[in-house]
Design a protein around this ligand. Structure first.
Ligand SMILES: *Cc1c(COP(=O)(O)O)cnc(C)c1O
Length: 413
């Protein structure tokens, strides 16, 4: 189990509580918060370096992990955040990063060496796909793209030098669900590390460590931060793997700034209050869209029509705030619809309190050849919305008027 962080302050040592015996909501509020000088919230410790004391020299000599020496390694605010994420994910230990991609690149380049092999899926997050196909091979790391909706395809791709199976809870943007338990069974039978990106589900929606994952990665930019005001990342899980990753974080230099950590901690304290609204809005809007005459298909794991519905009810039964759907009339109609929205904001990213919309064909997936895009389910007319926590009636009114307006704008043939 995790050590308690000891924070040295002017008035002595403060021990942060783990609250591991308490429920998720309590942990998301209290775990990790450093009550320095009796403060209710962790104050912003905007200092790049710390006074060297005998105890800190000792910590340095012991490897420096979680020792307050220098803010690239660790800071009061990053320790508060990482403890909270560990408490929410049920993880032994973790490290915090300046972005989700810093967490992913440090994890993969830190655990893999020349001659190693990783199995992933072609529909992983775009930045992760770029790292795996554009960067890792340059360092002699072999990558095989299998299908994360088909655990057997992962097993078939395993070689003698395979070190990592890499998956995501929900794929972006078609929202397919990964059978995490089946993947864990395969990984551990072969002695391979299973890493999951749990960003889309959040620790409220899915608990991958309980399902057998060794490491869980988050872009904390999304649901954990929750307010579209900070970029960050985290990796949490097995203590032995995190201890291996800490020196890599120090060498690669992707540690987070204390002020960004402060915003992240503030956001995470309301995660358990925000997530049920994101998920309820997702389920509600998905259902309404499914019976709208201008919508060809809707993707949301709570819908009985979703191909992975039963699996979703096992892996992440509380649902999620992301929806995807296909507007009749192709990409031109999808664009007209998107541009007719007044309340829902046209921007990439997700997980904030405000609803965001994008069409993958001209944004996140624009560099993927059209034929491959269409084959992977990103058919013409595809729209993705990250539902915020606004009132569902206002969201629906905006969607309805935008569908109507876009129909009137259509050029008759
Ligand atoms: C956004 C995102 C990332 C990358 O995170 P950044 O914070 O933007 O670097 C990785 N994985 C998923 C699933 C994401 O949504």
């Amino acid at each position: 189990s995790r050590r308690l962080v000891e924070v040295m302050t002017l008035d002595g040592r403060v021990m942060a509580d783990e609250h591991t015996d308490m429920h998720f909501a309590t942990r998301s509020v209290h775990s990790g918060t450093q009550h320095i000088e009796g403060a209710v919230n962790t104050p912003i410790f905007q200092s790049s370096t710390y006074r060297l004391t005998d105890e800190r020299y000792e910590g340095w000599a012991a490897g420096a992990q979680h020792t307050l020496l220098y803010a690239r390694l660790s800071s009061v605010n990053s320790e508060a955040c990482v403890q909270k994420i560990c408490a929410m994910e049920g993880a032994e230990d973790g490290e915090l990063f300046a972005s989700g991609m810093a967490a992913i690149s440090t994890t993969l380049m830190g655990l893999l060496s020349q001659g190693d092999h990783i199995v992933a899926s072609a529909d992983v997050y775009g930045g992760t796909y770029g790292l795996m196909t554009g960067e890792l091979p340059r360092f002699g790391i072999e990558v095989t793209m299998a299908d994360m909706q088909d655990p057997a395809s992962y097993e078939a791709a395993i070689q003698d030098n395979t070190r990592i199976l890499y998956i995501e809870t929900i794929s972006n943007p078609v929202l397919k669900i990964c059978d995490i338990e089946a993947m864990a069974e395969i990984a551990h039978r072969h002695g391979i590390i299973l890493i999951i990106d749990n960003t889309f589900a959040s620790p409220w929606g899915c608990q991958p460590i309980e399902l057998g994952c060794d490491l869980v990665i988050h872009s904390t930019t999304k649901y954990l931060g929750g307010h579209s005001d900070v970029v960050g990342g985290a990796v949490v899980g097995r203590a032995d793997l995190i201890a291996q990753l800490f020196p890599k974080k120090v060498h690669f230099g992707g540690g987070p700034d204390p002020n960004a950590c402060y915003l992240l901690e503030r956001g995470m304290r309301t995660l358990s209050a925000r997530m049920p609204i994101h998920a309820a809005n997702g389920a509600d809007i998905a259902q309404r869209l499914e019976s709208h005459p201008m919508i060809t298909s809707v993707m949301h794991p709570t819908l009985a029509s979703h191909p992975d519905h039963e699996l979703a009810m096992r892996i992440m039964p509380k649902g999620c705030g992301m929806i995807a759907f296909v507007v009749e009339g192709g990409d031109a109609a999808a664009l007209r619809f998107m541009r007719s929205l007044n309340l829902i904001f046209e921007a990439t990213s997700l997980g904030g309190v405000e609803s965001l919309v994008e069409c993958p064909f001209n944004s996140s997936h624009m560099f993927i050849p059209e034929a491959i895009r269409h084959a992977s389910g990103l058919v013409p007319g595809f729209v993705r919305i990250s539902l915020g926590i606004e009132d569902v009636e206002d969201l629906w009114a905006d969607i309805e008027q935008a569908l109507q307006a876009s129909a009137m704008l259509a050029v008759p043939v």
